[in-house]
Design a protein around this ligand. Structure first.
Ligand SMILES: Nc1ncnc2c1ncn2[C@@H]1O[C@H](COP(=O)(O)OP(=O)(O)OP(=O)(O)O)[C@@H](O)[C@H]1O
Ligand SMILES: [Mg+2]
Length: 311
């Protein structure tokens, strides 16, 4: 079932074209990724879906209802985690959650219960009495997520929720996203970290300069690049003629010496690993490490735009 349908969105700020013809659909139960570098138009797209700003052109439907005409139809079903942390630094974590709960019309015992449940989900139950200005960056991010969960939204939109935090908090947030999804929450996840989107998302739109440059499952996207798989091998010693012998294997496009490692490349060299190992053994050499690297979303972005995702 299609939960959200975005049709040909355009948004200009004065002379700046932030979004130029974005269309996509999000199905119920998906973790849908918007991946793109700085300035791609991700936050602008999210602000339009969240009914915070109006597009210059285009439509957005939530369960078939045009939300630009009827914004209230989506608002109570939507949780938005903004890119810029929206918390009161001089209030405690608890007071912040209470404030946001009130904004969603929650109060009394019900609100208290939800604050307890949400603080469990975001892993902050021990720290809610502390003022937010005493929190680490990661804790603030988690509280920011908690604020969007109080009213049990069907659709959670997260705009770079891991920006500028430590790896531990980051992992906690990524696992929270998967947990929420397992409990039935549909998620739109925005990031310029390819690894996060790869880890979380079933379908992905890659954005650049206000447009979608590719979309699909990870498999479909990676299939766009006839990228080569590489196998890096560390050996106990290196014979001169090993490179030639490796290149003679059917399916190997190239073998070269990179510093003290041998790099074997080819479209599907991971499928003929046994042949590669066999040749090395024939030469009487021993392998101390093997590393396989396959084409990923970064390669797709590079292939389509000629530039790296992150500068
Ligand atoms: N309120 C605004 N006024 C003027 N220009 C804006 C405004 N909001 C966004 N822009 C411009 O629109 C373009 C897209 O910005 P947007 O914030 O949507 O990108 P983003 O993909 O979220 O980037 P980031 O990864 O840096 O958050 C940028 O060129 C930005 O400068
Ligand atoms: Mg942004």
């Amino acid at each position: 079932m299609v939960l959200l349908k975005v049709v040909n969105l355009h948004k200009s700020f004065g002379g700046t074209k932030a979004v130029e013809g974005i269309s996509f659909e999000v199905g119920r139960g998906e973790v849908f990724g918007l991946l793109g570098p700085n300035g791609a138009g991700k936050s602008t797209t999210i602000s339009i879906i969240s009914t915070l700003i109006l597009p210059t052109d285009g439509e957005v439907y939530y369960k078939g209802v045009n939300i630009l005409k009827e914004p209230n139809s989506v608002r109570r079903n939507l949780g938005v985690v903004p890119q810029d942390i929206a918390l009161y630094p001089t209030l405690t974590g608890y007071e912040n959650l209470r404030f946001w709960g009130n904004m969603y019309g929650l109060k009394g015992a019900e609100l208290k219960k939800r604050i307890n449940e949400v603080s469990e989900i975001i892993g902050l139950n021990g720290r809610l009495k502390d003022r937010v200005d005493k929190y680490s960056g990661g804790m603030k991010r988690r509280l920011n997520i908690g604020a969007a969960l109080l009213h049990k939204p069907e659709l959670l939109i997260m705009d770079e929720p891991t920006a500028g935090i430590d790896p531990q908090s980051r992992n906690h947030i990524l696992d929270t996203v998967l947990d929420l999804n397992r409990q039935g929450v549909t998620i739109i996840y925005t990031s310029h970290y390819m690894e996060e989107v790869e880890y979380l998302c079933s379908r992905i739109c890659i954005m650049d300069q206000g447009r979608i440059i590719a979309s699909g499952t990870q498999e479909e996207l990676v299939g766009l690049v006839k990228g080569e798989t590489r196998i890096n091998l560390k050996l106990d010693r290196i014979d001169r003629d090993i490179l030639q012998s490796l290149e003679a294997i059917n399916g190997v496009a190239g073998a070269e010496l990179v510093q003290d490692e041998i790099a074997v490349s080819g479209e599907n060299v991971d499928m003929i690993l046994a042949d590669i190992i066999g040749i090395i053994a024939e030469h009487g050499m021993r392998i101390s490490s093997i590393d396989v690297s396959k084409p990923n979303l970064e390669s797709v972005f590079l292939h389509l735009t000629g530039k790296a995702l992150r500068d």
